[in-house]
Design a protein around this ligand. Structure first.
Ligand code: NI
Length: 165
């Protein structure tokens, strides 16, 4: 289990570096991230959220932990359409809001075996891929919301941190 950074931690805004070579340390990172995501519980986690600034994402939108996908050095190949959906984030606990994203996404990445693969996704998986790829660029879903909403979320989370501290 890895500790998850919480908004507004400035380390969440760091840009992740390319991995390029998938070695044992990256496979270990991906496995630890998956375990952390399942325990949270969540459907996606970017390395940025565990303070490792490398382009690694794990996602599983299945209900029985059967759909784990690891994306290393993911790149958007194509985006199609637009749709709005409600999102939350393990780094912004208890906050949910609507975000507009591409309706469908085609992404290219390396798997844990170091092999390149392409995947086209829509719905929950498509939105999740875009959400996690934003994390690697140092961007959180709350940054799509109004400044007023962002300030409210910050003060709400600061209050919660004081209570739980
Ligand atoms: Ni997130």
């Amino acid at each position: 289990m890895l500790p998850i950074l919480r908004y507004p931690d400035p380390r969440l805004h760091k840009k992740a570096a390319k991995v390029t070579v998938v070695d044992e340390s990256i496979r270990k990172l991906a496995a630890d991230m998956a375990e952390t995501m399942y325990a949270a519980p969540g459907i996606g986690l970017a390395a940025t959220q565990v303070d490792v600034h490398k382009q690694v994402i794990v996602i599983d939108v299945s209900e029985d932990k059967s759909g784990l996908v690891t994306f290393i050095d993911p790149e958007i190949v194509e985006l199609f359409g637009e749709c709005e959906g409600e999102e939350g984030c393990l780094s912004v606990p208890g906050i949910y809001d609507r975000v507009t994203r591409a309706q469908r996404v085609k992404v290219r990445a390396l798997g844990v075996d170091g092999q390149s693969f392409e995947l086209e996704a829509e719905g929950l998986l498509g939105a999740c891929i875009q959400h996690e790829m934003d994390h690697l660029q140092g961007k959180l879903f709350v940054e799509y919301l109004s400044r007023l909403k962002q300030d409210r979320i910050k003060s709400r989370l600061a209050k919660k941190a004081r209570i739980t501290a």
